[in-house]
Ligand binder design. Structure first.
Ligand code: FVH
Length: 295
């Protein structure tokens, strides 16, 4: 008979919405799982599914070499792992944080004799363990740790390793979340415009979806322009024309009784860039304007 290789045992700290989903995915994939959660009752469901419950975080860490942390924030990592012996451990931190927090957490782990990988989860809990939903996690930090555990890490969600700099997973995570919040700002304003009209939100929704999907062509265009430094060749919708459009967009907001507070910052930036004499560019120059050194 062919023996199936044993699955890497995993320790998981934190059984909130995301931690529980991750734990369930590792159990489903056949990994022995040791869990700890500050509020013990939250571990009961996973225990019933086969997880071993540790009484303390330190005990959970002691159980396995691979230790995955999915707590609320960086401060909770500090508190939960204060008494844990990390020498020889492989710590994978999936807590959402800033690049600087990730880098200092990497240094903190190194001082304690652990290898460190930081992660930024691009998914919500129901997507975990459902490959068709497209979940993935950015990882950065120890390449050796990532290579050794990549199969285990891929059980709950696909993996994207983005380099040895421990801050880069968080940087990618926050860059994508920032783009998402820009989209949320736009659709919030759009729905506000039609709120008191006889236009049904459910009729507008597919139109917004199609339009935003078409407009994502601006993403690779902007990237190419930033890399080439040429912000004008092939521009279809120039900055001067778009800045002039503020009268229509802000005027419509006023007519509809909608606050312009989500739109005005972008138009202010356009006018500042125009003031530098860049009417033939597209919006790429706003990227440079946002850099604090350019203020
Ligand atoms: N849920 C989501 O949609 C997002 C998707 C992208 C990634 N995030 C990040 O994942 C981290 C965990 O998020 P979560 O959804 O599991 O969060 P909660 O359900 O609120 O659970 C929080 C867990 O953290 C424990 N905890 C909080 N403070 C402490 C502390 N001082 N010491 C020890 N544990 C702590 C909490 O324990 P308890 O309240 O049950 O006792 C939960 O286990 C997060 O970084 C997201 O940004 C999720």
């Amino acid at each position: 008979p062919v023996e199936t290789p044993a699955k890497t045992p995993v320790t998981l700290l934190g059984l909130g919405a995301m931690g529980a989903a991750l734990g369930r995915a590792w159990l489903a994939a056949g990994h022995p799982l040791t869990v700890w959660n500050r509020t013990a009752a939250r571990a009961e469901a996973l225990a019933a599914e086969g997880a071993t419950v540790a009484a303390t975080a330190a005990e959970a860490v002691a159980a396995n070499r691979l230790v995955v942390v999915c707590l609320l924030d960086d401060a909770s990592v500090e508190q939960a792992l204060a008494d844990a012996e990390l020498t020889g451990k492989d710590v994978v931190n999936l807590v959402t944080g800033t690049p600087a927090q990730a880098r200092s957490r990497a240094a903190w782990a190194a001082e304690r004799g652990a290898r460190y990988l930081d992660g930024g989860i691009m998914a919500v809990p129901p997507m975990i363990g459902v490959p068709a939903a497209g979940p993935y996690v950015f990882y950065s930090g120890s390449a050796a740790l990532f290579d050794e555990h990549r199969t285990t890490l891929a059980a709950p969600a696909d993996t994207r390793y983005v380099g040895e700099d421990a801050g880069h997973a968080a940087l990618h995570d926050v860059a994508l979340l920032s783009a998402m919040y820009g989209m949320f700002a736009g659709l919030t304003h759009a729905f506000a415009l039609i709120r008191d009209e006889t236009v049904a939100p459910t009729d507008l929704a597919p139109l917004i979806t199609d339009w935003l999907t078409t407009m994502t062509a601006a993403v690779p265009d902007t990237a190419r322009r930033l890399e080439s430094g040429d912000y004008t060749t092939g521009v279809v919708s120039n900055l001067a024309m778009q800045a002039a459009g503020r009268h229509t967009l802000l005027g419509t907001a006023q007519e509809q009784g909608v606050s312009p507070e989500l739109l005005t910052p972008l138009f202010h930036l356009m006018q500042r860039r125009l003031a530098t004499g860049s009417p033939d560019e597209d919006l790429t120059g706003l990227v440079d304007l946002l850099r604090q050194g350019d203020r």
